[in-house]
Design a protein. Sequence first.
Length: 585
Amino acid sequence: MAILKTRLYKPSVKKKFVIRDRLFAKLNEELDRPLKLIVAGAGYGKSVLMSQWLDTYDKKYCWISLEEDCNELHIFLSYFIAGIQQQFPEGMQHTAKLNSSNIMPSGEVIGQLLNNDLQALPESLFIVLDDFHVIRNKIITAIFNQIISFPPENVQIALISRLDPPLNKTKLQAYQKICEIRMSDLRFSVNEIVKVAKQSFEIEMDEGVASHIEEGTEGWALSVYLKIREFVFKDPATAEKSTEYDHAGTLTPFLFNLIEAALPPGTERLLLVTALFDRFDLELIKRVLGENGDTSVMHEDLGFALQKLNKLGSPLLIGLDDEKKWFRLHHFIREILYKRLVQINSTDQIEKYYRVAGLYFADQGCYEEGIKYAKLGNDLETAVNIIESGCDRLMDKGENLRLQRWLDMIPVTTLSTNPLLQVISAYLCDTIYYDYGAMRNYMDQAAKYLDDKNSYRRLLGAYAAVHACLSAQEKNLPDALQWADRALDTLLPEQKFLRDYVLNYKVLATSMVRSAAEAQALINNLEIISKPPDNRRLLRIKVIKLMFDWTQANHRNLKLSGKIVVDIGKQEGVWWLYKMGCYYM
């Protein structure tokens, strides 16, 4: 499946950030312990600590930032595998093949396979899973319990979380197999606050002032940085009094005021808008503000404001790639800003922002994010258009589970009245679920909205192609042949996958209704017109031949075609066809 590579980058940490020597010492002293657990609330510097420490680590590591979607096992494994394969491209092959299948085994079987793949890595690897608190899927936590119960010798895992994950730690603690860093460890001491002031802000701070800051912020890293910044721009004589404000009520207004003060004049709205998005770049914010008629911030000011935020001596803005294109806000800061945003903007205005973002992400090829933000903007038409325009590409890549996930994002009421989405659902009944009763229901529902005169050609072609499959599965081969011919006459050139998909049933029905010789001639003609060879097209043609050889019980050709399907399927990463080749071999 397609993944966001920015989620596999270790957060960059500015040199001005203070090194936590005592915490480094703890990590180094307990380096041989297979599990590192860093647990504290937002803004305590968990990710910063691990990122800084990895800069001193002299072996291979990978970083995986988890999001809510990782509660889906398939997505979680996709990111876990991709992170490891950045260091070992040939690693995790067994787990990758398993993850490409439509039906997953039990968590215990997955855990065993995952453990074996980790054990087989050629060198040691340190794996960091950031924001592990988002994981609520019990299968995933069970897999991790299985891994840490019998940890691979060459792998260490660090879990960074706001909450204690549901892990079986008793045995690990008893045998000293776990290194734990908690909120009390991450709190800044007076000496560290003095050090922050000097290194990050180039000021000499009296220990008395540092003590007041430590007391007022309780050593909370994010608040410490912001409080020192306030001290820098205030009269030192009043800075001591201002620390008393922190916990008088809530930190939210205090932090917001500090953030606002750190921005260039007139750019506060910029920061508020960024709180809507899991990640953003300058062009997205330009588009969102510009297309909503906000001329209070000029484009050059936007770039300057982002630059300013990125250079601040506090962890407000986190870079997500080496090119410094994509950013995200610190989670806690984002929560604060989002609350302020919804206070001063109407629901309609926020939905407009989301609608523009949906189109922007779709233009960038980030279709899942495009669907998400279009839906949040109450723009289901755009969300559906993204699915309709992207479904052929996912079919071609064999990413059927991802296509199902896109459909799951659309309300049932919209799905049930859209004939193309019904056809796609029917196609997934064949390629994922093998549920032909449900497939018939979807196709009957789609037929209610079809009109040969008014329905567009792309829909009619897709409907005919999937109906050919349904008729074949229902043992009505003459009907399948008629639908296959209709599909081949109607499908558009860009619907390449569906054309080859329906050719399976054209060849099958021809061999059964007419003659095997005529079916073989069809295959021969396909192999001729596919030159020069396109690997994906060749793969699909060999699958058609595979199915034909099976119906003719031609075991020798079956093995030869199966071998080609296995080799190209592996090369192209189309694992469901790779598995089909293995089966027929």
